[in-house]
Design a protein around this ligand. Structure first.
Ligand SMILES: Cc1cc2nc3c(=O)[nH]c(=O)nc-3n(C[C@H](O)[C@H](O)[C@H](O)COP(=O)(O)OP(=O)(O)OC[C@H]3O[C@@H](n4cnc5c(N)ncnc54)[C@H](O)[C@@H]3O)c2cc1C
Length: 307
């Protein structure tokens, strides 16, 4: 019987684990990936907004987190797949057959990039699908590329790729870009970027690598093909809540509802980080929420740290 089982080892889960350990709680962290760190591994831009720390990218911040994790005393299992979970009973069954039991559970499963679900999206991974404008702009220098999406992430990436690519076609299904003004205003004067609003990409095409996209414009009779060598998709994120969504309150987007103590609608089940924070997902809010949940659990169990 563990005091706490934490599901997910991104910034929120690691912060919760770190605090639980400091507060003397018997803590186990379950991470499905082979490595810990969550979205930090997908950040290729400098991190300038985590107070007191500036890093060149997520990997560098991850190194700093890792040092603290190495020094801490909680159990951490990576590559661990959860088969099912009974939140009320705090019982977790693993694919390995093992069954775990805890007094409390902290859900820190974060979010994943939303998929378009169109032909070519999976087939061309690593063959013209661009993961990050910051990371891949030199790789696609001088080439024609397409960016799909109209929010901050899509427009910021279009601007980054516009610095080196021959042309960037930004395809957005809405009437207007949703990105913040400082990004959207920089798109118009950039003569390398063309924006197609009220348009959708219906197919990514090519032989062995990306060679074109098929675009359907609103009111257009049939889709047309645009020759591109790279495609970057940024159409938002969705929470990783499938495993337990039926057992607690989630909002209409699937994000877990929590109170000011980070507790969900199930007593002694907490949710921290992006999975319960649709409006302000950041590293600082994730680590802060992790600390809050750990402190609340510690005070409920009335534990004092050793020594
Ligand atoms: C490109 C990019 C740039 C960003 N830039 C910034 C920035 O400059 N500043 C900033 O503050 N934030 C930034 N962010 C956001 C920041 O990375 C997130 O807010 C933060 O990582 C959230 O942490 P988290 O622990 O809640 O979730 P995540 O980082 O998503 O971690 C969740 C973890 O849970 C694991 N998991 C999921 N499901 C399960 C399961 N069923 N079982 C076990 N484990 C599971 C995942 O594998 C993952 O390791 C950026 C994000 C991206 C993608």
């Amino acid at each position: 019987m563990h005091d706490v089982i934490i599901i997910g080892a991104g910034p929120a889960g690691l912060s919760a684990a770190f605090w639980c350990d400091e507060l003397g709680l018997d803590t186990l962290v379950l991470e499905q990936a082979d490595q810990i760190g969550g979205q930090l591994h997908r950040i290729y831009n400098p991190i300038k907004n985590y107070l007191g720390v500036k890093t060149r990218n997520g990997a560098e911040l991850f190194e700093l987190f890792s040092r603290d994790v190495d020094d801490a005393d909680f159990d951490l299992w990576t590559g661990t797949v959860i088969d099912s979970i009974d939140l009320r009973a705090k019982r977790i069954s693993l694919r390995s057959g093992e069954v775990l039991q805890a007094i409390s559970v902290i859900i820190a499963t974060g979010v994943r990039a939303r998929e378009l679900g169109i032909p070519g999206e999976k087939e061309f991974a690593g063959k013209g699908l661009i993961e990050s404008g910051a990371r891949d702009r030199d790789l696609f220098a001088g080439k024609d590329v397409c960016v799909i999406g109209g929010g901050d992430a899509a427009v910021e990436n279009a601007l980054l790729l516009g610095e080196s690519c021959a042309t960037v076609t930004l395809v957005h299904r809405g009437k207007k870009l949703r990105a913040r003004r400082e990004f959207a205003e920089r798109v118009q004067p950039n003569n390398r970027i063309t924006v197609f609003t009220e348009s959708v990409v219906t197919r990514i095409m090519g032989d062995t690598e990306v060679e074109a996209v098929e675009i359907q414009r609103k009111g257009g009779i049939k889709p047309f093909q645009l020759a591109v060598r790279g495609v970057l998709i940024r159409i938002g994120v969705e929470p990783n809540t499938e495993l337990f969504r039926e057992q607690l309150q989630v909002d209409e987007h699937g994000y877990v509802g929590v109170n000011s103590e980070q507790e969900t609608s199930v007593p002694m089940v907490f949710a921290v980080g992006d999975v319960s924070n649709r409006l302000a997902p950041t590293i600082s809010s994730a680590t802060g929420a992790g600390a809050t949940a750990a402190k609340v659990i510690s005070s409920r169990l009335n534990r004092k740290p050793d020594g």
